[in-house]
Design a protein around this ligand. Structure first.
Ligand SMILES: Cc1cc2nc3c(=O)[nH]c(=O)nc-3n(C[C@H](O)[C@H](O)[C@H](O)COP(=O)(O)OP(=O)(O)OC[C@H]3O[C@@H](n4cnc5c(N)ncnc54)[C@H](O)[C@@H]3O)c2cc1C
Length: 498
């Protein structure tokens, strides 16, 4: 144990800095002082606009009202990601936040569906998934368990700069102190090696007991000062660049993200209320910046609204996300490409974990090591899920996809694929963010065929099986039939504003 923690200093005011500030202040603000230092001269990364459903828990913990949030951040609803051209060109599949069918004790719904397919059922798994049915028909209404069906999981797309501004306003209102300034120097205690203070270009010195490094890819404290080290995962995920550009919105706002595979990477398209967010993620070993820019600009589907913005990154994670009295949160803690929109979630999850392990009596090495162990597992499991999308491909149009198909994958992922292929069964690792239905949709979408299904599915007669599947589909379709369009929902929640 070291000294009591009374003041937390957050370095950086991007999405990571302001989520950390808002949540820690909200939950510990009565006993801890928080100061956030950011530099407008350096600015934020300016991307990061698609999220996953747990963001709604964050909003609810902060007491943020959905209508205000949607209005202020120009948000739209996200029910799924549509993957185009990933297995082969010309094909697509969805990874929805929902699950097909209904939950059944002991045997997942998909085993019944796998059996029915052997008997000639032509319906896809997604035909039994409410999120998919809504996404396909561009409809949305919030559905809670009170509606008689289980809750429909959804997330948001939002404007990254409006989101940071929204959180800043929120945090300052509840008492977070913000200091503008460029950090020039970081002072360490000569005995403990702990960070003691930051020196700003203006000459101001900011003291603290615990420092959260949200300085983005610069990793100012965790790497530049503490030299923590990095596990490089680029042999599994070689994309190391992105080029991003906004474009005009489409007439209809889709309630899902597009992830469109190209010869040397993939393109995101994120529908917002006022524009689309777009970008191409690519591997600089397989594609030049000019080729990437052309590919993106030729596939926007609407007029570009700005100049292309280039970002370089290295996929992997910081060896320790908590080192001495510094916790890295956000891009300073590692990078996983945005294919499954997991980075903002990783920020949220890191802050929640820090609050659970909050070292109010001083930094405790056992707590730090448990924090680091949990963070490592979380990162590795998401990494494996992302690798799955690339590895199981049948594209023959480029060296990139050939290389992805022929790489050595982590053993735990190889086992998971093999078990599903042979038995049709999936198992969720403890602490895996992605549940079975996520793994199933991507495995199916990428073309992995299960050779068997669980024998419990044989307990039903053919007629019982047929009726069960038909009833599920009918009830979900009739529910969706009554929903408003996504745009109608957005107009209503914004208070009638077009
Ligand atoms: C191409 C791409 C697409 C992405 N898409 C998604 C997505 O769809 N969904 C998702 O969840 N995530 C996505 N992410 C990740 C997401 O953008 C980040 O997780 C998120 O924006 C958090 O960034 P940050 O706050 O860590 O860093 P930044 O936004 O870079 O903030 C860093 C802060 O540190 C400050 N700073 C740095 N150095 C100094 C200094 N010397 N003195 C003072 N201040 C300093 C800066 O001023 C800034 O305020 C994407 C990332 C990339 C690269």
């Amino acid at each position: 144990m070291d000294k009591l923690i009374k003041k937390v200093v957050i370095v950086g005011g991007g999405t990571a800095g302001w989520i950390s500030a808002a949540l820690i202040k909200k939950l510990l603000g009565g006993v801890i002082d928080i100061e956030l230092v950011e530099s407008e001269e350096i600015g934020r990364i300016g991307v990061g606009e698609a999220t996953i459903p747990p963001i709604r828990y964050l909003n609810s913990a902060l007491g943020i009202e959905e209508a205000e949030f949607i209005r202020e951040t120009k948000a739209t609803i996200k029910l799924a990601i549509k993957f185009d051209n990933w297995r082969v060109q010309g094909e697509h599949y969805f990874h929805t936040f929902g699950a097909a069918g209904k939950s059944l004790a002991f045997c997942s719904f998909h085993h019944y569906w796998l059996r029915s397919r052997q008997q000639g059922n032509k319906a896809s798994l997604w035909d039994y998934d409410l999120n998919y049915l809504c996404a396909q028909s561009n409809k949305f209404a919030p559905l809670t368990s009170r509606s008689g069906e289980s809750e429909m999981l959804y997330a948001y797309h939002f404007d990254a700069s409006l989101y940071a501004a929204f959180l800043r306003k929120f945090s300052e209102k509840i008492g977070v102190l913000r200091t503008e300034g460029l950090i020039n120097k970081i002072n360490l205690n000569p005995d403990s090696g702990f960070v003691e203070s930051l020196e700003l270009a203006s000459g101001i010195i900011v003291h603290g007991d615990l420092f959260i490094d949200c300085s983005g890819l610069r990793a100012l404290l965790i790497q530049k000062v503490l030299n923590t080290g990095y596990d490089d995962w680029s042999h599994w995920l070689p994309c190391d660049r992105a080029v991003a550009v906004p474009s005009e919105r489409f007439a209809e706002t889709l309630p899902y993200t597009r992830a469109i595979a190209h010869k040397t990477g993939w393109q995101w398209r994120i529908p917002l209320q006022h524009r689309n967010g777009n970008g191409l993620v690519y591997s600089s070993n397989h594609c030049s910046d000019d080729e990437a820019t052309n590919l993106l600009l030729n596939n926007l589907g609407s007029a570009a609204l700005g100049e292309p913005n280039f970002i370089k990154f290295l996929t992997g994670r910081r060896r320790k996300q908590w080192n001495r009295n510094v916790i890295a949160i956000g891009l300073s803690s590692g990078f996983l490409e945005p294919l499954e929109s997991t980075s903002i979630h990783l920020i949220q999850s890191a802050v929640v974990r820090l609050i659970k392990f909050f070292p109010h009596q001083g930094v405790d090495s056992a707590a730090v090591s448990e924090y680091n162990r949990q963070s490592k597992i979380e990162y590795e499991q998401i990494r494996n899920f992302i690798i799955l999308h690339y590895y199981v491909n049948e594209r023959n149009d480029s060296q990139f996809w050939h290389d992805m198909r022929n790489m050595e994958i982590p053993e735990s992922l190889r086992k998971k694929i093999e078990i599903y292929r042979r038995t049709g069964s999936l198992f969720q690792e403890p602490d895996d963010l992605f549940v079975d239905s996520s793994w199933l949709q991507v495995m199916l979408g990428q073309g992995i065929e299960a050779q068997d299904y669980h024998p419990i599915a044989n307990q039903l007669t053919n007629k019982q099986l047929h009726d069960m599947l038909e009833n599920i589909q009918k009830s979900k379709r009739s529910l969706v039939g009554n929903f408003p369009s996504h745009d109608e929902f957005l107009t209503t929640i914004r208070g009638g504003l077009k």
